[in-house]
Design a binder for this molecule. Structure first.
Ligand code: HEM
Ligand SMILES: [Cu+2]
Length: 552
């Protein structure tokens, strides 16, 4: 049996979480600098000359932007947050803390190995590192260590959950711990693709052990992970929206069974859909692309479940606070709390991001927007706003909790949240339009492009304005974070992780929604069906003949 322990006995776990969050925010800060440089370059103001010789150009900057923001910030923040959430939800310390310390060590070592070639312009291959673009082998080895470290941390959480289940036979796992561990399981299965790509193809190739590589096979393995990685980013935000935000708003989780069902469906459906990123790749049968497109539409079902359940939970909160009417309860929600408003606005933003996602996933319509600035508009709504703003909202209670300090300025934090929205709206709308109406390509130093058209200019200016506002919001965020950690009063009242009760008793949640085996089997079976034949075909016809290329 575990001891009923006081909540402040999670010293070690909190220290571990603080290290994760610290590294994550450092990466976000360094990576985001390039955002405004990119939009300004597109609008005709090229500041890259000022960065030389440190940063050699646009594509090195864009690689750093993608790697630090999309890979490093996310992975470190998520592993730290899920560790914190799991132990606090179970009210149980890590079963084997050394496993999680080892995992963090591996991730940090990997980050350093990745950073060196990135900064030396020896890994300017963008964050998708598609061959035949070739980076220094250190880059691939470092990224592998980051992924392996996150797996190791996942195992630390499984041992902890298993110990809890042994000590509580027949009891339902608390939702936050359940959903956190499920996110890790999904990630471990999903990242097998990138692991295979890097270990079997890219590392031997970049070390010179094999002469060439097979770009199509590599891309397919990459996207095996590349689609579900977006769910690795999103699900931790969902953990908070379902399991914490209703409490912050003064309400309850509308339905624990629906929330769990949504998470199980995300586990089953996130992975066997990656071919929807390869509609234009030759050499893969259109039948498999179409099949995975159908499964992609399947993911809209748990997404709509989420929209319904989360909004219903918030409505319960609004009404509990005296709100009435069809929509007037919305005004009663605690908008003055920046942790709430950041996440609530992230949810609203996701409605637009989700609609765009369905468009991107549609086999024929995607051809119109593929590789254009539309896509950039899309993922700054989804990743850079829904996910990042949710994590910012979480950090507005988590950083006070970890540092023992009051949030430095609630007012500044409020302004920060709304400024982010004020920036992302023009940024994203203009990028969507530039892609849709003019097919302006992404991943392009547009200021230098001979085909740059004067027609694009007004929208590029709007994009630049939005980008600068976004960056100003991020600077305010760091002012609040640093102010909280270094210049704020000690907390007058302790902060606890918000945990929403569910409307009904937890034990009423059916057992099948807290049972792993059938869902894991379903996940594997669907992956084998949807990826087995096309991958087998690519492997049978593998052609390791592409030599490495260094473009920049
Ligand atoms: C100040 C805020 C930001 C601005 C102005 C900005 C701007 C941009 C622009 C213009 C591009 C497209 C460049 C091109 O295709 O040539 C881009 C790419 C990208 N951004 Fe941002 N960004 C910002 C923040 C973020 C954040 C917070 C994240 C994620 C956490 C993010 C993730 C990405 C990713 C993954 C790419 C794709 C890189 C690639 O194509 O290789 N950005 N960003
Ligand atoms: Cu996808």
């Amino acid at each position: 049996m575990e001891n009923p322990m006081s909540l402040n006995s999670f010293r070690l776990e909190e220290k571990l979480t603080a290290w994760h969050i610290g590294i994550a925010l450092g990466a976000l800060f360094l990576g985001t600098w390039f955002g405004p440089l990119q939009v300004l370059e597109h609008a005709g103001i090229d500041l890259y000359g000022k960065l030389a010789p440190g940063i050699k150009g646009y594509y090195q900057g864009l690689t750093i932007h993608g790697v630090l923001n999309a890979l490093v910030f996310t992975t470190f923040f998520i592993t730290g947050f899920l560790t914190f959430a799991t132990v606090h939800s179970l009210k149980m310390k890590l079963r084997f803390p050394w496993i999680n310390i080892l995992g963090l060590g591996l991730m940090a070592a990997g980050l350093l190995m990745t950073a060196a070639p990135l900064l030396l312009n020896n890994a300017t291959v963008l964050y998708t590192f598609y061959p035949p673009l070739e980076a220094s082998s250190l880059f691939y080895i470092g990224l592998t260590l980051v992924v392996v470290g996150s797996w190791v941390e996942g195992f630390g959480l499984y041992f902890t959950l298993a110990a809890w289940r042994r000590a509580h036979p027949g009891a339902r796992t608390p939702f936050v711990a359940f959903a956190s561990v499920l996110t890790m399981v999904m990630w471990q299965i999903a990242s097998l693709g990138i692991a295979a790509e890097v270990l079997v193809l890219l590392i031997p190739w970049s070390l010179g052990l094999v002469k060439g590589t097979d770009p199509l096979l590599a891309r397919t393995l990459f996207w095996f992970t590349g689609h579900p990685i977006v769910y690795f980013w999103l699900l931790p935000a969902y953990v908070s929206w379902y399991g914490m935000l209703p409490k912050q708003a003064g309400g309850k989780l509308f339905s624990d069974p629906l929330a769990r069902l949504a998470f199980w469906l995300f586990l089953v459906l996130s992975i066997p859909v990656g071919l929807h990123h390869q509609f234009t790749d030759p050499g893969i049968s259109p039948a498999w692309k179409a099949f995975q497109t159908l499964l992609t539409y399947g993911v809209t079902f748990p997404s709509l479940l989420t929209a319904f359940t989360v909004v219903a939970s918030l409505e319960l909160a609004g009404r509990a606070r005296g709100g009435t009417g069809l929509f007037r309860w919305i005004r009663k929600l605690p908008w003055e709390d920046p942790s709430f408003s950041a996440q609530a606005l992230a949810i609203v933003t996701f409605a637009f991001g989700g609609i765009g996602g369905i468009i991107n996933a549609s086999y024929n319509i995607d051809l119109l927007v593929h590789n254009t600035l539309w896509i950039v508009g899309h993922f700054h709504l989804t990743l850079a706003t829904t996910v990042v703003l949710s994590f910012i909202g979480i950090s507005y209670w988590l950083i006070p909790k970890l540092s023992g300090k009051e949030l430095w300025s609630v007012r500044t934090a409020q302004v920060q949240v709304w400024l982010w929205i004020a920036g992302v709206l023009p940024f994203s709308a203009s990028h969507h339009l530039l892609g849709l109406r003019f097919s302006v390509p992404r991943r392009t130093m547009l200021g230098e492009a001979p085909y740059l058209s004067p027609e694009w200019h007004p929208l590029l200016l709007v994009a630049a304005l939005g980008g600068v506002l976004l960056f100003a919001s991020l600077v305010l965020y760091f002012v609040v974070v640093l102010g909280t950690v270094f210049a704020s009063r000690k907390l007058a009242q302790p902060v606890e992780m918000p945990v929403a009760d569910s409307v009904r008793d937890l034990q009423e949640t059916p057992q099948w929604l807290d049972t792993w085996k059938p869902w894991l089997i379903g996940t594997i079976v669907l992956i084998v069906i949807s990826y087995g034949p096309p991958l087998a075909d690519l492997i049978r016809n593998a052609n390791l003949s592409s030599a490495g290329l260094r473009a920049w």
